[in-house]
Design a protein around this ligand. Sequence first.
Ligand code: ACO
Length: 427
Amino acid sequence: MSDKTMTLIDNRTGEKYEYPILEGTRGPAAVDMRSFYKDSGMFSYDPGFTSTASCKSEITFINGEKGELRYRGLPIEELATGHSYLEVCHLLLEGELPTEEQLQNLDLELRHRAFLPEGLVRLSQTIPDDAHPMSVMSAGVTALSAFYYEHLKLETPEDYREMAHRIIAKMPTLAAFAYRHSIGATYIYPDIDRSFTENFLYMLRAYPGGKMHRDPDGHREIKPIEVEALDTIFTLHADHEQNASTTVVRSVASTGAHPYVAISSGISALWGRAHGGANESVIEQLRMIGSVENVDKYIARAKDPNDPFRLMGFGHRVYKNFDPRARILKKLQDQLRDELNLDTELMRIAQRIEEIALSDEYFIQRKLYPNIDFYSGIILTALGLPRSMFTPIFVIGRTVGWIAQWIEFKKDKESKIARPRQLYVGK
Ligand code: ACO
């Protein structure tokens, strides 16, 4: 018997089942259970897929115990500090960092593709003014599939590239329009003289006609440090392996639906408070806590098993150590503190929560560390970005990851329609 197999024994009957062990290039091996039902007539039971590898992937690697994250083999620390978000987009889509020429081409292409079809602009204006920008984004991306329906036929690598670039380029515009719609402001169209990240801030902040006056709190003018910080935030959100929204994107991809519909489903999944919506909830919660003196009371609530209250921005399904993205953002937050008008009371509350949680037995035992959302909300607040835009900003960064995963799924000869089974316990 090969030593690269695992044998399962049904202790009721003594029946043995042998399965190959598949080894990856990094991380835990996986037992190939694909024939388990056929062999045994039983299912494996794994709610939330905590022990299930749903695919093979070459895109992102996470070691949750060590707090390690890599895109295409490169550590996130190197990418976040030494490369731009557009370089990371190229890396995720093409597998390699771009040459200077490839980067220029990508930059130029994204600038030119940033405009939305006018029909979509009009459609977005029909949505109620007080809608959350995330609902406009989800609806807007679904609508994009109507405007680019003919692109359902993806045959050549160029077709895939065009589809990917189009949606990545339009996402900041859609997000900015969604925000401006929610505050009743005129839309500001993309300015192709501006880079991807700067353009997003411009579309959010400019006055009608595209003027960039300085407002009383100085937030209108776009400072290079703000562009850099937001670019880093996009990079840190760019992909994260088979998380809930990516799993949704792959599941929708598995049905053969249009790629933009799959991305729209990812947006909907990301909105939830247990996933991308947590960054908005972190700030809500810090404001609710109100002052450093109240922190202990809320920590006690988070620890009380009879209280549903949870510390937002703490804990992660995979990281049982400091989220490496949170580490980078914590440093960024400290750098920004002196240069931007930070809400210091929020920062003090956050710091106190972090200190207590990192030394409290409840959090230590459960390996609950700050995650990316704990700091991203504070930094985005410092950049003068409204709370309702936190999750849309996550969407902008993550779109490239969803597309890379969508393409990988389509090219994977072993991929199948997502169709889990169940343990029926009803009448
Ligand atoms: N505050 C207090 N207790 C917590 C928290 C928290 N934030 N997170 C988990 N716990 C406790 C649970 O109550 C549970 O305790 P128990 O064993 O005594 O019952 C234990 O830790 C394990 O929690 P699970 O919910 O089983 O962990 P799971 O891996 O399923 O959940 C999740 C991970 C959803 C992220 C969870 O930690 C959470 O709700 N955190 C707050 C929301 C958040 O920050 N989400 C962002 C995640 S990062 C991202 O999506 C980009």
